[in-house]
Design a protein around this ligand. Structure first.
Ligand code: NAP
Length: 226
């Protein structure tokens, strides 16, 4: 089985890579701009690729590299994310766009380019956020982040229809807080009850097995807000 995960350089993504790679039957392609931590794992079935996925040409090159080496992909986890916590009126256009580039356009582009190279029965998991889950509690400073994740959630619902004939399932996990660097930057001093390893365990298990049961769903995975 061939698995591609973005945002694999740290946090939840890196923990997912470690857990997936424990199965020698899985080839794990791990993408991040900084791949030192992935390479440091020195795992034989993990292929680290350094790429900024906000550039469309990088996504195209990435898909070329992957398909040349592995042929088709079975599981894609769109995990890369960017959170900027700032009052809405202080955002520059560039900063607002950057959030949408990482959280929305990059995963959308990756699905678009990779779809012809995903096996029937394949599963795409978009990592969303409770902030982007309709009706959830909202937090000042996270407007662009939450809106970008909401866009990703609706994209997931739409693509489930578009990818139906190709036999590919797609779902979005709206995560609650997880104790990572991203969370510490957004909510300094806040301690999440959810650890990285346990969330990574849920995500990897869901990505590997739940495509048979869910399609086009946006699922909250949270015990608290934030
Ligand atoms: N932690 C939480 O409480 C929480 C809650 C809800 C949702 N989430 C979501 O869960 C996912 C993982 O979050 P995390 O807490 O593990 O965050 P994190 O520690 O900040 O990790 C984010 C990852 O995304 C990568 N990334 C960012 N911009 C990129 C780009 N332009 N191109 C390629 N890779 C890029 C980063 O690596 P490089 O810098 O090396 O590129 C990093 O590996 C994100 O989508 C996040 O929004 C997290």
């Amino acid at each position: 089985m061939n698995i591609l995960i973005t945002g694999a350089g740290r946090g939840i993504g890196l923990a997912c890579v470690k857990q997936l790679a424990a199965n020698a039957n899985y080839n794990v392609v791990a993408v991040s701009r900084n791949i030192g931590a992935i390479e440091g794992l020195a795992l034989p079935n993990v292929h680290a690729i350094a790429a900024d996925i906000t550039h469309a040409e990088n996504v195209d090159a990435l898909v070329n590299t992957i398909t040349n080496r592995y042929g088709k992909i079975d599981v894609l986890v769109n995990n890369a994310g960017l959170l900027v916590n700032r009052p809405f009126t202080d955002f520059t256009n560039d900063d607002a766009r950057r959030i949408f580039e990482v959280n929305f356009f990059a995963p959308a582009r990756l699905v678009q380019v990779l779809t012809p190279h995903i096996n029937r029965g394949g599963h795409i998991v978009n990592i969303g956020s409770m902030g982007g889950y309709q009706g959830s509690q909202k937090f000042a400073g996270l407007a662009y982040y939450s809106a970008s994740k909401a866009a990703l959630a609706v994209l997931t619902e739409c693509l489930a229809e578009e990818l139906k004939d190709a036999g590919i399932r797609i779902n979005c996990l709206a995560l609650g807080s997880v104790q990572t660097e991203m969370l510490q930057e957004a909510f300094p001093g806040y301690q999440s009850p959810t650890g990285v390893e346990e969330m990574a365990h849920f995500i990897t298990d869901f990505a590997l097995h739940s495509g048979k049961l869910f399609n086009g769903k946006v699922l909250p995975v949270s015990v608290t807000t934030p």
